[in-house]
Each structure stands twice: as C-alpha cells, then as structure tokens.
Design a protein around this ligand. Sequence first.
Ligand code: PNS
Length: 162
Amino acid sequence: MIRAVYPGSFDPITNGHIYIAERAAALFDELIFAILINPDKASTFSQEERQIMASEALAHLPNVRVKYFNGLLVDFMRQQESRIIIRGLRALSEFDYEFQLAQMNRQLAPEIETFFMATDAKYSYLSSSGLKTAFRFGGDVSEMVPPGVYARMKDKIRRNDK
Ligand code: PNS
C-alpha cells in the first residue's frame, strides 16, 4: 500500500491542482490532499471552505482523501505514514523554491522523498493568487476552477471588495 501526500495552500483549489491530483491518484494506492492551515498567514478562504471546495472537486477520485495540517509537513507525513510528497511544477522558475523546500524536508526527514509532477501545458500559467487577482478585476476565470469554486469566489471575493 503506497500512500502519497499532495500538500499545498490550495486557496482555492484550481483545475491545475485537480489535474495533478488525478495523475497522482492513478499512480498511488492512496493520495492525501493536504491543505496547509497557517495561522500566521491570512488566507482568502477558511480551512473549512478550502476543505469543502477540494472535497467536492476531488469527489470523483475514490482513493483521494482531503485533510488539513499545520506545523511541519514532515510531521504530518509521519503521522499519515506516508513517505512521498507530491509537488506540481509549472515552470522552471519554480524550481529554485521547490528544490529548496525538498532539500529542507530531506534534511528534516531523510526517509521522505519529494516527487515532482509536470502540470499540463494548458495550466502552466495558472496559480491561486493570479486567479484571484484576475477575478477581482473582473477577468473571466470560469474555465480555471471547478464550478463550485467559481460560485464561492463570486460570493466571497467580489463581495468583500465592495
Ligand atoms: O501551495 P504552496 O503554498 O506552494 O505550498 C507550500 C507548502 C504547504 C508545501 C509548504 O509551505 C509547507 O510544507 N509548509 C509547512 C511548513 C513546513 O513543513 N516547512 C518546511 C519546509 S521549509
């Protein structure tokens, strides 16, 4: 039984994240979609909202479970008895940050491996923060997120900006 963990802020989940989750779920017996709850960093969506949006968006994948964590990722990994971290890569520019993260995690927990998965070219531009900015200024982002997320964005982001 091989269990992998796909960690991130997922604020909110996008079609790019779903694409990586689908491909990882096809490779491993179980995938934990792990949402970081960082009490020191403001997020647009609450823990509960992020969890609901992710659960809805990944409901078609029976071997994916959505959970949240705070503190160190490697502690969560050990708690979940998983040794594989999945990270999606969009562009080479992300490599420095991702490599640093992977090496820090290796230093903290040498038994854990980070697997990088390439996103689909059609999602290479897509990020949660870019998406929110585009939406805030009236851009059409309906093709970038699942319908449930789009509905919540309309409700939350534009309302807050009024
Ligand atoms: O979606 P993100 O924000 O790029 O995800 C980053 C994440 C959640 C993977 C990373 O910030 C993380 O693992 N945070 C938990 C704290 C931790 O373990 N840090 C150690 C490595 S510096």
